[in-house]
Design a protein around this ligand. Structure first.
Ligand SMILES: Nc1nc2c(ncn2[C@@H]2O[C@H](COP(=O)(O)OP(=O)(O)OP(=O)(O)O)[C@@H](O)[C@H]2O)c(=O)[nH]1
Ligand SMILES: [Mg+2]
Length: 391
């Protein structure tokens, strides 16, 4: 299996792309970023694989720049990365690359060079094409696709994998039909609800082997950082002094809070970057007078964490009330059973017995124990229950 490295996508592909297969990133023209393949390229370089990057849309010199913007260092991969330069001849520029497409308007020229690459490099090589649509525009749609399918076959024979970026310009139906049939798997990239500024989503529309078709995940591309699943709003609630601020602070890369005499007196905010997720986390102070805020913020949440002090048995009714309200709204949530280090702390079974079927995660926020696990469990719930679009 060859992984894409895109969060959750490999899971939906049943582990990744099997050797010998192809994957097409089918990207709406409104999506600003038409190069999703570069993330798979970087991931496989990191994994120590031999990779070939076929550029048709931009200069080979651009690669280093793109890597730098994501915070990646191209130099460290040395001989692992080979570039097929389908660009320089287009603009009549000289090329420093070993593999050059001399006739970028002829798909046969691509085929010849890829053959040469396949003879030179070991099996299991990962090929990433920066723009299938550009190749189609240059070589003619039908001819290009026929050639590309021959290329895929030859890459497949050498147990390699071929990954393509494809911008979905308004092609005619028969071209789109050929494309849908011609690739082993297709992942569509679209702006969220047509609004590019909110971020993108990927949709797994075809997996020609055992995977999960029909999965939809919202993501953003960060510079530096790369692709992250984006969760716009996790709301953290819980009784007074249960450990919310301590929890969010431990979890967050950046954090702001307003505390007076140890109690939080305004909404606090942290940005979490963990396990392929980027999430905005909002903490509601525990004092009674903030409970209207809790309802207001909670309603538009992607997911909710209820943080409790597990040693305070008399607060369990408050927890139950919070859980009931959230259940009615169908918002993904977990109960964080904090302060497990204190004597008499209730365990997850006791808590579940009192509040009914809920996911309970034990933590000691002051020691950072269980904090990231709790985050990941909620994040996965949000993705699985489709709540990531809220906010
Ligand atoms: N023993 C123990 N103490 C904890 C733990 N988590 C937090 N505390 C302590 O509990 C007190 C309250 O923690 P905060 O994080 O301020 O609680 P909070 O929920 O933000 O409080 P409010 O925002 O005022 O409602 C502090 O003294 C923390 O150090 C824990 O896991 N174990
Ligand atoms: Mg607080």
């Amino acid at each position: 299996m060859i992984e894409t490295g895109i969060p959750k996508l490999d899971e939906y592909l049943g582990g990744g792309i099997p050797e010998g297969k192809s994957l097409l990133f089918s990207i709406s023209p409104e999506v600003e970023e038409s190069n999703i393949g570069i993330h798979a390229l970087h991931h496989n370089l990191e994994k120590g694989k031999t990779c070939v990057y076929v550029v048709s849309k931009s200069s080979p010199k651009q690669i280093e720049q793109s890597f730098r913007e994501f915070g990646w260092d191209l130099k460290k991969y040395g001989e692992q990365l080979h570039v097929v330069d389908g660009y320089s001849r287009l603009i009549g520029a000289p090329s420093d690359e070993n593999f050059v497409i001399f006739e970028p308007h002829d798909i046969l020229s691509y085929e010849d060079v890829i053959d040469e690459v396949l003879e030179t490099l070991p099996e299991n090589t990962v090929f990433v094409f920066d723009s299938l649509s550009t190749i189609m525009d240059l070589c003619g749609e039908r001819e290009a696709l026929q050639g590309i399918y021959r290329i895929n076959e030859r890459i497949g024979k050498k147990e390699g994998v071929a990954i393509y970026n494809f911008t979905v310009w308004p092609y005619n139906e028969s071209v789109m039909y050929r494309i849908k049939r011609g690739f082993d798997s297709i992942v569509e990239i679209k702006p969220i609800r047509g609004e590019a500024l909110r971020g993108q989503e990927y949709y797994v529309s075809k997996v020609g082997w055992g995977g999960k078709e029909g999965k939809r995940v919202m993501f953003r591309i960060y510079r530096p950082g790369g692709i992250k699943i984006y969760i716009p709003k996790i709301v953290v609630i819980g009784p007074f002094r249960s450990g919310k601020t301590t929890f969010i602070k431990t979890l967050s890369e950046r954090f702001t809070s307003v505390d007076r005499l140890g109690a939080t007196i305004a909404i606090e905010h942290g940005t979490v970057d963990y396990g392929g997720y980027r999430a905005e986390v909002f903490g509601i102070p525990g004092q009674e007078r903030f409970s209207p805020l809790m309802e207001k913020m909670g309603l538009s949440a992607s997911g909710i964490m209820i943080i409790m002090d597990s040693s305070k048995r008399d607060e369990i009714d408050d927890i139950l009330r919070m859980v009931d309200k959230i259940r009615n709204k169908n918002i993904p949530y977990i109960i964080v059973a904090n302060k497990q280090d204190l004597p008499g702390a209730m365990n997850e079974y006791e808590i579940r017995e009192k509040v009914g079927d809920s996911t309970v995660v034990k933590t000691v926020a002051t020691e950072g124990k269980g904090v990231f696990d709790a985050f990941k469990i909620l994040a996965e719930k949000i993705i699985e229950e489709g709540g990531s679009n809220a906010g």
